[in-house]
Design a binder for this molecule. Sequence first.
Ligand code: GMT
Length: 373
Amino acid sequence: MRIGITCYPTHGGSGVIATELGKLMAERGHQIHFITYDMPFRLGRFHHNIHYHEVEANQYAVFRYPPYDLALASRMAQVAKMHHLDLIHVHYAVPHAICAYLAKQMVGDELKVVTTLHGTDITVLGEDSSLRDIICFGINQSDAVTSVSEDLIRQTEEMLCIRRPIHRIYNFVDQRVYYPRDVSDIRDQYADPEEKILLHISNFRPVKRVQDVVRIFHKVQEQIPSRLLLVGEGPDWSLAVQLSEELGISEKVTFLGKQDEVAKLISMADLLLLPSAKESFGLVALEAMACGVPTVASNAGGLPEVVIHGKTGYLSEIGQVEEMAANAVRLLTDEKLYRRFSENGLQRAKDVFCGERIADQYERLYQRVIEQS
Ligand code: GMT
């Protein structure tokens, strides 16, 4: 198949999934064309069967805003015609599904559109009355729609009154990259051997509740020698810095900023903290699971579909910092329990979320869509 892919190419789970899926499809012999405003950060080195087409939105005096959406739609149509694309797979309904719809109008019905919903396109933007109708339109006009969790399907149906089928295809990890790595060469740069490492990775948006992360760690380090590593940057970054200073724990908290390769960092950790207010899936919890690292998280959105409470991690209601800290301490002080959670997670990552299995599901969906006349 000849497949176009559009995603947000910057750091973030949806861009990671789009890029990794493209790489898996290219390995299977499909021709992949990324159509984005920047090189997807996970694309890295040269890959056989993968092309990259940059979208440039020029600024003209007559425009108050550069017409990015039109430039994207036009580039999609151009690439589709030139490379005879069978379909365009867009990640995020806005603006990508709308741009793909426009491209389809320009190219003809033979160009199919698959839209994957990742979360904030529904849970945040769907509440914006200026975008709501166009999000519905983009979803309804796609030839197939997928969602990364059952919970996101439920929310989409409730919030946007969508009546068409939405297929659940879970996110995945490439287990050639995410596995329990030997990190003995770097661990001592971050913690003493007797100290536990707690890790949080996110874009530090308010929805991630990074202050809860710091508060949970504050309680944990009172009971066991430990360190907190924070990976990522975003609006609440300075609040996290400030809180760790106020709580007198800044010596034990390391801010690592944005990192492209997190597999080694995750392997170094003993526990992942993800106390988000909203999370359609929580890709980082899956990445941790694949590295044998349990998660203490909130019982929000699609997280219970990823983290199984009492088996691969612990889930608490949003904001229950005391309980999350107690669960973290329980796991970090009971070696047998910890090992069981770690093994359960490794097995679950392999059985449910392995890249090949999920790529099969997308491949079958693409095939069905292309065969639809
Ligand atoms: O979490 C974010 O703010 C980033 C966002 C994205 O676009 O990458 O993540 C969303 O998509 C990920 C990949 O499907 C999911 O793992 C995240 O749970 C989801 N974020 C939210 O729902 C808040």
